[in-house]
Design a protein around this ligand. Sequence first.
Ligand code: SF4
Length: 312
Amino acid sequence: MYNYLFGPVPSRRLGISLGVDLIPRKTCTLNCIYCECGKTTKLTIQRKEWVPINDVIDELKRYLKENPCPEYITFSGSGEPTLHTGIGIILDFLKKQHGTFKTAVLTNGTLLYLPQVREELLSADVVIPSLDAAIQETFKKINMPHPSLNIQTIINGITEFKKIFKGKLILEIFIIPGVNDNNNDLDELKQAILTIHPDEVQLNTLDRPGVLSSIRAATMDELEYIMQYWQLPNVSIISSPSSHVDKVHAAYRYDIESAILETIARRPCTVDDIAQILNVRIIEINKYLGELEAQSKIKRVMQNRGIFYKKV
Ligand code: SF4
């Protein structure tokens, strides 16, 4: 069992990806209405060593020794990874391993206005900041930020980072119909994209339960409309994870119960999700889920896409 690693999971963007979670659940600079990890319980912009760096590095050493190499090692999880002051040290450690994996950081981009954070992320291969609004009012509505955060400062920070970053920068935009898809928001977002000049823009929408039950996922038509409206190059809609699933069986783990718990501790999953992530038959997963439910370690939540399992 690992405390700071989860997966590897078939990521929609990165293939088979081992997750590194540097932040205690649920500590973030934002409290997004669509967050898969639930409501932010600690809204903060304080950077510190939230979990011991050496313990994370020890787990990574153990994982890399005992398991096949994933395609990516990705900093994500149940909070904002750049809140951890050791992220640069851990990225540098991974670079020195000369493994066949690449490193990625999924960040909400809110701390990239700090030169120190920009510096720390330079050794990553891929950085994926999110940007759901370019207007402060919409930013507050969709991301419910820490009161000190200003969206223009954040856009400036991401822009500065892109200028010095040698890896790939993918801007992720989460679309919630009725919240950030009106023409005014789309025009300002387009302007921000032109300023930041990312290598790619990916449109995403709700896939599993968010914080607010009143919000819904954008349809494919709605996402395609936005692409048409913007007429920008390198904009895509994130595809389903299933296309990555069969590629790297060897990267999967076999301690299934721990892997299920580590996976759903970060985000609720359906049986199908878990079966795909762990490459285990549904019938087998159901046995573990039944047992874990009986032990009150997990619970069910009903959503449009079916029954999701959450860690209790
Ligand atoms: S979606 Fe990401 S940035 Fe938003 S609250 Fe959740 S962890 Fe934080």
